[in-house]
Design a protein around this ligand. Structure first.
Ligand code: IPM
Ligand code: MG
Length: 352
C-alpha cells in the first residue's frame, strides 16, 4: 500500500508529522510513504499549488494523508494560483465527492464545548458533505455592469446524479449508525435546493429503514446549537456543509479534534481511495510554534486506516489512544492546556 503524505502549509507539516509517527508506530507491513508538496509550499517551489508531480503521486497512491493549505503571503495571487486551489483541485481531479466529517464529544471534554455541557454531551453526528459540485465549482467571475459597477458572481448548481450519489453515501452511513438522516438545503428559496430535496426523496425509497427529515440550512444552524444530540447523519451540499462542519467543531470543543475523509468511486485493494485531512486548516497565526493540536490529524489517519486500508482494528486503537490521552487530562493550547504539538503526539503514542 502506498500513502501520499501532503503536509502543505502553516501548521500542516507539524500536525502531519505527528500522524506519521503514529502510523510508523503501528509498524504495518508493506507500507510505502511518498511525500508530495501542495499549497503555498508547492507554489513557491514549482510555481503552482498543485503541480503535476503531486497529482501523479496522488493518482499512484491508495490514500492521501493531507495536512492543510493556506498561506497569507499568497493572498494577492490570482485565484488559480492560491494555495486553496490545491485541495479543491485534488477533490475535483480525483473525483472525491463524499466528505465525511464526524463530530463527537470525547468523554471529559464536555466542559470545553461552546455549548453547555449537558447539551454538548449528546453530540455524536456525522456530516456528509458533497464535495465536487455546488457554487464551489460553478462558473464564476467578476464583470463590469453597463453602468460601470463591478459585480462578482458564482453559479450554484447540482445535477441530479451528483445529488443521488451523495444521498446514497449518506443513507448507507445512516444504516451503519442510528438510522436517522437529515438533509439540509434552502429549498424555500433556491431551485438548486428544490432539486436536491426531490432527488433525496427519490433515493429514500431504497432505504425504508432510515428515517429521513429535511431542514432548511438556517434552521439546521440553529438546531445544531440548540439540540445537537438530535442529529445522527446530516447530508448537505458543498457550501452549507463547509459552514455547518466548522460550527459543529465548536460544539465539540475544539476544531483541533475534527477529522475528515474525502472519498470517491475508486477502490483500493482493501477499501476506497481517499484523502484524509483535519478540518482546521493551516492556522498561519500559530504555525511553527509547537502549539497546534495534532489530534485531528491523528484521527484523520484513523479514518485512512479504516476506509482506505481496511484496518478497522488499528483505526480503533488509534482513536482509543486519542480518547485516553484526552480522558487523562492531556490538553493542548486549543483546550486551555499547555501541551505542545510534539507532547500531544507523544501522549497519544504512549497510550497506543
Ligand atoms: C474545508 C476548507 C476548504 C473548503 C477551503 C480551504 C477551500 O474550508 O475543507 O472546509 O472550503 O472546502
Ligand atoms: Mg471549511
Amino acid at each position: 500500500m502506498r500513502i501520499a503524505v501532503m503536509a502543505g502549509d502553516g501548521i500542516g507539516p507539524e500536525v502531519t508529522a505527528e500522524a506519521v509517527r503514529v502510523l510508523e508506530a503501528l509498524a504495518l507491513p508493506e507500507l510505502e510513504l511518498v511525500e508530495a508538496e501542495v499549497g503555498g509550499a508547492a507554489y513557491k517551489r514549482h510555481g503552482h499549488p498543485l503541480p503535476e508531480v503531486t497529482l501523479e503521486a496522488a493518482r499512484s497512491s491508495d490514500a492521501i494523508l493531507f495536512g492543510a493549505v493556506g498561506d497569507p503571503s499568497c493572498d494577492a495571487l490570482e485565484r488559480r494560483l492560491r494555495p486553496e486551489q490545491a485541495i479543491l483541485g485534488l477533490r475535483r481531479e480525483l473525483g472525491l465527492f463524499a466528505n465525511l466529517r464526524p463530530a463527537k464529544v470525547f468523554p471529559g471534554l464536555e466542559g470545553a464545548s461552546a455549548l453547555r455541557p449537558e447539551i454538548a454531551r449528546a453530540i455524536d453526528l456525522l456530516i456528509v458533505r458533497e464535495l465536487n459540485g455546488d457554487v464551489y465549482f460553478g462558473d464564476k467571475g467578476t464583470r463590469r455592469l453597463d453602468d460601470g459597477r463591478r459585480q462578482g458572481w458564482d453559479l450554484m448548481s447540482y445535477a441530479e446524479d451528483e445529488v443521488r450519489r451523495i444521498a446514497h453515501v449518506a443513507f448507507r452511513a445512516a444504516q451503519g449508525r442510528r438510522r436517522r438522516l437529515t438533509s439540509v438545503d434552502k429549498a424555500n428559496v433556491l431551485e438548486t435546493s428544490q432539486l436536491w430535496r426531490d432527488v433525496v426523496c427519490e433515493v429514500a425509497a431504497d432505504y425504508p429503514d432510515v428515517a429521513l427529515e429535511h431542514l432548511y440550512v438556517d434552521n439546521a444552524a440553529m438546531q445544531l446549537v440548540r439540540d445537537p444530540g438530535q442529529f445522527d447523519v446530516i447530508v448537505t451540499g458543498n457550501l452549507f456543509g463547509d459552514i455547518l462542519s466548522d460550527q459543529a467543531s465548536m460544539c465539540v470543543g475544539s476544531i483541533g479534534l475534527l477529522a475528515s475523509a474525502a472519498l470517491g468511486e475508486r477502490r483500493t485493494a482493501h477499501g476506497a481511495f481517499g484523502l484524509y485531512e483535519p478540518i482546521h486548516g493551516s492556522a498561519p497565526d500559530i504555525a511553527g510554534q509547537n502549539r497546534a493540536n495534532p489530534m485531528a490529524a491523528i484521527l484523520s489517519l484513523a479514518m485512512l486506516l479504516r476506509h482506505s486500508l481496511g484496518l478497522e482494528g488499528e483505526a480503533r486503537r488509534v482513536e482509543a489512544a486519542v480518547a485516553r490521552a484526552l480522558g487523562d487530562g492531556v490538553r493542548g493550547a486549543d483546550l486551555g492546556g499547555s501541551a505542545g504539538t510534539r507532547a500531544l503526539g507523544d501522549a497519544v503514542l504512549e497510550r497506543l
